[in-house]
Ligand binder design. Structure first.
Ligand code: BMP
Length: 200
């Protein structure tokens, strides 16, 4: 098993083809708006049959709405979801939620990510940019091994395969670079994360 989460940002038929070919190789899958808009919870159910599945709708609503969405997604087989870190003050720690702490593209998170990191305990983990390995290294040294770090931004966004893992991430999230050619999964080592955290 390689520490890669395949971001299935394609139509359902293609997503299932790619996920099928990565089954047992990738550590998990990420389902986003593409699939949910096309097929709703059926897409989550279908992908979750092939491996651990994170649903990434970048939730950012008030707590009772976020809870309702999480219940529906996890009932369909998702292990977990990604929520915007900016709603952290109203969000209770929850092992089913990854907090987005800093994006792989410029955003206002660039000003507050260190503050958010200090508030991440009790969540499943944090999302940090693979195209900024120095951010991951700093985050890992501050977090210790208690939280998962998952990292998008590999390939077209500038990160090189494996750099975020070497800096301390547990899993790299990879979309287009793998969707173009799923055999590229072999570019990642099959070693577990340094922290040995199960996942995703
Ligand atoms: P790609 O590897 O094709 O660049 O796709 C990256 C994936 O990670 C997309 O699904 C995107 O929504 C997600 N992502 C990101 O690129 N940057 C972030 O900061 C947070 C993300 O979830």
């Amino acid at each position: 098993m390689r520490p890669v989460i395949a971001a299935l940002d394609v139509g359902l038929k293609e997503a299932l083809r790619v996920a099928g070919s990565l089954r047992g190789e990738a550590a998990g899958f990420k389902v986003g708006w593409d699939l949910v808009l096309e097929s709703g919870l059926d897409a989550v159910r279908a992908v979750a049959r092939l491996g651990p599945t994170i649903v990434d709708l970048k939730l950012g609503d008030v707590p009772h709405i976020v809870s309702r969405v999480i219940e529906k997604l996890t009932s369909a087989g998702a292990c977990c979801v990604i929520a915007h870190g900016v709603i952290r003050p109203s969000l209770k720690p929850d092992e089913r939620i990854y907090l987005l702490v800093k994006m792989s593209a410029p955003s206002l998170y660039d000003r507050v990510w260190r503050d958010l990191l200090a508030e991440a305990s009790g969540f499943r983990g944090v999302v940090l940019p693979a195209n900024e390995p120095e951010v991951i290294a700093e985050a890992r040294s501050r977090l210790g091994c208690g939280l998962r770090i998952i990292s998008p931004g590999v390939g077209p966004q500038g990160g090189r395969p494996g750099d975020a893992l070497r800096a301390g991430a547990d899993f790299e999230i990879v979309g287009r670079y793998l969707l173009e050619d799923p055999r590229r999964v072999e570019e990642w080592p099959s070693a577990p994360s340094k922290c040995g955290l199960p996942g995703p």
